[in-house]
Design a protein around this ligand. Structure first.
Ligand code: ADP
Length: 478
């Protein structure tokens, strides 16, 4: 089996060590072997990005548009093949995986256009005869560190704006999903970028990731991942004064009011809590339901959850794929046990499941009789596990929704305009959804959270310019 290599300074670079990329739907299936970068390769990638930055920051916007547009076109043209690869290495079901690939292509196309639209300001000075210009320029070298749950979309929404605004990139994907990262890098490598503008280092967080955080030549770090690692990124970057942006966890609430369309509320809960095996930072893990519709809601949701088809991500008809790996599966089952010990009622699921092939399967779990104080309602589980919390009215629902360290996404199901308006105003989350699942966002508008979910400026859409550019104010005398 040939080894997929790292990409440094415009060349594919071999390494001594390699990692096996394992299919979570069938652990006998090895997706490929991927070279393991070490500190020296991280160092070489950073040096290449620094050198390339000297000219790439002044590159023309037509060139940037053409390159990003070319990358987007190839991703879209190969969506089926790349979708299969993503489903095979991460365990997301094929339609979701293909959808994610399409999203990545759309993001590159969007930022191709944004490269043409970089704006500045021209103002009069308060001093006669002096003019003021405010312009946005490249930050320099961006370190991009990504998690395993969106193996191509998250890299796309960081790499595309970084390049569009004239930055160079050192990209370190999650160890579990090098396949999509490598395929994306291969497309980028053939897009006409000068050597060193984009570099791929597939290595461990502890060695390669930490080396990136600590290296003064990296001007800014964009990170998505766990709360713990986010803390490490923050501490390391702030120690040396580097710019950083964090997207971390969520404990996203979905409120169901008495006037809701219950079928839609159940559909929103089912999608938000369980699709993508619950492995989305925007997943709805706390279902806050008011007393008058509580019984009706849980009965309807239970029957849907029990009928979800769990299986191989690549098989026709599968609705819920496997958990990504053994560690995450153990964590999910541990939280199911914690919920039971805390006195929650496990209405269904939460058990290991065997399928034809060896994989990390479990039945989607639904807890009732839970309180917002329970550990299962305070910590992010990151699996197909959701809890129902009973509330008396909208005020209590919103107060429960806000009673969390996190604030990424929040939803409400209601037919009342005033209830929806109150929720949108009072809910402390970066993204609020009305009659929609908490997960599922657009790519041309800001993505990000409040409180412990995020730090720094928003990602995606025009707002990405905040992170990937730096502002300069020029004063020009006569
Ligand atoms: P998860 O495993 O849930 O994706 P992590 O926060 O562990 O969440 O990982 C997200 C990304 O951060 C991965 O690419 C991982 O390799 C990287 N990472 C982990 N530890 C560090 C670290 N000390 N420094 C930099 N990056 C790290």
């Amino acid at each position: 089996m040939s080894i997929f290599q790292n990409y440094i300074d415009g060349r594919w670079a071999s390494s001594d060590a390699a990692t096996k990329n394992i299919n979570p739907s069938n652990t006998d299936d090895i997706v490929g072997e991927y070279a393991h970068a070490d500190k020296n390769q991280a160092d070489a990638a950073i040096a290449a990005a620094v050198e390339a930055s000297k000219s790439w920051r002044y590159s023309g916007i037509q060139q940037r548009f053409d390159i990003l547009d070319t990358i987007g076109s190839e991703i879209l043209a190969r969506k089926d093949e790349l979708g299969r690869l993503l489903a095979r290495e991460e365990g997301k079901i094929l339609p979701e995986a293909t959808g994610e690939v399409v999203r990545a292509g759309q993001i590159f196309k969007f930022f191709a256009g944004e490269a043409l639209r970089v704006q500045g300001e021209h103002l009069k000075s308060v001093r006669p005869g002096v003019e003021v210009e405010v312009t946005r320029g490249a930050v320099g070298v961006i370190g991009i560190i990504t998690p395993w749950n969106f193996p191509i979309a998250i890299p796309a929404w960081k790499i595309a704006p970084a390049l569009a605004y004239g930055n160079t990139v050192v990209f370190k994907p999650a160890e579990l999903v090098p396949g999509s990262a490598w395929a994306l890098s291969d497309i980028i490598a053939r897009s006409g970028l000068p050597n060193g503008v984009f570099n791929l280092v597939m290595g461990s967080g502890r060695e390669v990731g930490q080396a990136m955080l600590d290296d003064r030549r990296i001007d800014a770090v964009s990170f998505t991942g766990s709360v713990n690692t986010g803390g490490v990124v923050a501490a390391s970057c702030s120690r040396r004064g580097a710019k950083y942006q964090l997207e971390m966890g969520g404990k996203n609430p979905l409120i169901v009011l008495a006037d809701a369309d219950i079928d839609n509320a159940v559909a929103c809960a089912l999608n938000g809590a369980y699709f993508s095996t619950g492995q989305r930072c925007t997943a709805s893990s706390r279902l806050i339901v008011v007393a008058p519709v509580y019984d009706q809601f849980i009965e309807a949701l239970k029957s849907k959850v029990e009928n979800l088809i769990v299986g191989d991500a690549l098989a026709d008809g599968t609705q819920i794929g496997p958990v990504v790996d053994q560690r995450q599966l153990d964590q999910n089952i541990r939280y199911v046990d914690i919920g039971k010990e805390e006195g929650a009622e496990l209405l269904c699921g939460g058990e290991l499941l065997e399928r034809e092939t060896p994989g990390f399967y479990m039945t989607p779990a639904l807890f009732t009789e839970t309180s917002n104080k329970m550990q299962i309602n305070r910590e992010e589980i990151f699996g197909p596990v959701a809890s129902v919390i009973k509330a008396s009215d909208i005020d209590e629902s919103i107060s429960l929704a806000n009673d969390t360290e996190f604030g990424l996404s929040a939803g409400i199901c209601t037919t009342s305009l005033s209830a929806a308006t109150k929720f949108k105003q009072e809910c402390r989350a970066g993204m609020v959804m009305v009659n929609l699942p908490t997960a599922g966002v657009d790519y041309h508008v800001p993505f990000g959270g409040m409180k412990g979910s995020s730090y720094g400026s928003r990602e995606q859409g025009r707002y990405a310019a905040e992170f990937y550019t730096t502002v300069k104010t020029a004063y020009v005398g006569a």
